[in-house]
Design a protein around this ligand. Structure first.
Ligand code: N01
Length: 503
């Protein structure tokens, strides 16, 4: 493309990329692959770390795995016939991501140790200035913000946390050099990460104390080791893998009908989860502690075969008294007991940018995304925000899956973004900006639908802001999301051309 941006006097002095992608995780890499397929090749991927992989590079805790079947947790355009199991571990998923980078020759696009600190749009030139920590600015006509919603670990604000004399580890920043053998360890949190950590750690440590604030709904994981004949079949007959993948997709869609909304499927899933709990935990008192008092789906539904058995081990104990404070030697709970431990594992989740941009973003006329999102993040179809032209987001507001593979939501987002960027480059636009009315209309409809979901049924979760605004989840099936994203609606956007005097 011959961008007019490069014809302006200022632009002539600076190298302006067609597209800068922030983040070398699944969605950043997927976007680069699809852009290249459309002939858009002037791309850089800015990554703050020194390697690719995003969440699968960062989460190296014992037991880290995906709770979505591997055949569904991979790109439809790059299926892997060789998954070793039904549900793969993080190392195998990271291998798959490395394989993608090699297969699609993405290494030349990478700029590692590029930590984006801010974005600013120059309306006259139609160029984004990307501020990088300790490095020169990068300039691009289009930016894809693909840095991930769950990238920054969150340590809870528990009094005394700085005074603890032992080891502190966060699930998303595991210390693989720390030797857990024979140690007394506390795990704080019982969400998806803790659910995977506890069974592995229980086998290694002397004693494990699990501090639960809210129990999770848990269903068994139907895992299996993939037999060789299965791999051969998928390799020789890719259509068989596509068919299997589709079957998994629709099974998850069926499950979503009970996880997202209160339907008979919700009751069925709750009944199954309670029956599973009864079968796994014989002690009635412990069972009561583990029985959620909120509707299934309100928080993330967990899938595990080994969490309940781990809690039943002699060297593991569940504590449900609230944590009062952290002392030099351990954790003090509200009933006055001090639990002395060598290490505290915080499986307390992530600092989710619910109502804040991932970094300062300055749009048209100096507007700040943080200000606009002060009461909760909103966007048009989760990818564009009015007043921030040529900026696209993956997993932006209200794009989170109910209970299906994140990749089933990611691919439609990527294809939509590619349509938008192609339009900008093909028609040589200075700015392609979603109309405010279109965004407002989209969000009125969205919030109406969100109000009827299980996420808004009274529990607290990382899906909601403190005042209950849901800026994370998409209130519908993945099939509906796909439909919403299938076509780039030109009339919902304002296209601005270059000022002829610059040409
Ligand atoms: O974090 P979470 P996570 N005192 O926020 C507790 C994805 N993921 O890392 O429920 C005591 O879910 C908190 O208690 P409560 C997935 O999207 C995917 O586990 O707030 N406890 C909760 O139990 C997931 O949803 C996979 O009352 C405190 C826990 O910490 C997301 O990541 C695997 C506390 C935090 O749970 C986050 O999961 C792992 C405090 N002060 C993660 N503060 C896959 O398999 C918090 N807690 C794909």
């Amino acid at each position: 493309t011959t961008g007019a941006a490069r014809k302006t006097p200022a632009a002539r002095r600076t190298r302006v990329l067609d597209v800068a992608i922030v983040g070398a995780g699944f969605s950043g890499l997927g976007t680069a692959i699809r852009l290249r397929e459309q002939g858009i090749t002037d791309i850089a991927i800015l990554e703050r770390a020194d390697d690719i992989g995003g969440t699968w590079r960062d989460n190296t805790y014992p037991g880290a795995a995906c709770d979505i079947p591997s055949n569904l947790y991979s790109f439809s355009f790059a299926q892997n016939p060789n998954w070793s199991r039904g549900y793969s571990g993080s190392a195998e998923i990271l291998d798959y991501i490395h394989h993608l980078v090699d297969r699609f020759d993405l290494r030349p696009l990478m700029r590692f140790r590029h930590d984006v600190q801010g974005l600013k749009f120059d309306e006259a030139r139609g160029i984004w200035t990307i501020n990088i920590a300790g490095k020169q600015n990068v300039y691009a006509r289009c930016v894809v913000s693909a840095q991930g919603a769950l990238a920054n670990p969150s340590l809870p604000n528990i009094p005394g946390i700085d005074r603890f004399g032992g080891k502190i580890v966060h699930s998303a920043r595991w210390d693989n050099d720390y030797d857990f053998d024979g140690k007394r360890v506390a795990v704080v949190g019982t969400g998806a990460s803790a659910n995977q950590i506890v069974p592995k750690l229980a086998k290694q440590v002397d004693f494990l104390k699990v501090f639960q604030r809210t129990p999770a709904w848990i269903l068994p994981r139907l895992d299996y080791e993939a037999p060789d004949w299965n791999k051969t079949l998928f390799e020789k007959l890719p259509a068989s893998q596509t068919a299997f993948r589709n079957a998994l997709f629709y099974a998850h869609e069926a499950m979503a009908s009970g996880v997202i909304w209160n339907t008979p499927v919700t009751r069925l899933l709750e009944g199954l989860a309670k029956a599973y709990l009864r079968q796994q935990v014989p002690d009635a008192w412990v069972r009561r502690q583990l029985t959620p008092q909120y509707r299934i789906g309100c928080k993330r539904l967990l899938i595990s075969n080994d969490y309940y058995p781990a809690l039943m081990r002699d060297n593991v104990k569940l504590y449900t008294w609230p944590i009062d404070k952290i002392c030099e030697k351990g954790i003090r709970t509200a009933e006055g007991i001090e639990h002395q431990v060598d290490c505290i594992v915080f499986a307390t989740g992530f600092a989710v940018p619910k109502a804040a941009a991932p970094f300062p973003i300055t749009g048209v006329d100096g507007r700040q995304l943080d200000d606009e999102w002060a009461r909760g993040a909103t966007a048009y179809k989760s990818v564009n925000v009015s007043g921030y032209p040529n900026l696209f987001m993956t997993f932006g507001p209200n794009s989170g899956p109910g209970h299906n593979s994140a990749l089933s939501y990611m691919e439609p987002q990527i294809d939509y973004i590619v349509q938008g960027i192609s339009t900008i480059l093909e028609y040589d636009l200075r700015a392609l900006d979603v109309r405010e009315e279109a965004q407002a209309k989209h969000n009125v409809e969205l919030q109406k639908r969100l109000a009827k979901t299980n996420w808004n049924s009274g529990c607290s979760s990382w899906y909601l802001t403190e005042d209950g605004f849901n800026a994370t989840m998409y209130p519908g099936f993945a099939t509906q999301y796909r439909k919403q994203m299938a076509c780039f609606v030109n009339e919902d956007y304002e296209a601005r051309r270059y000022n002829p005097e610059f040409s």
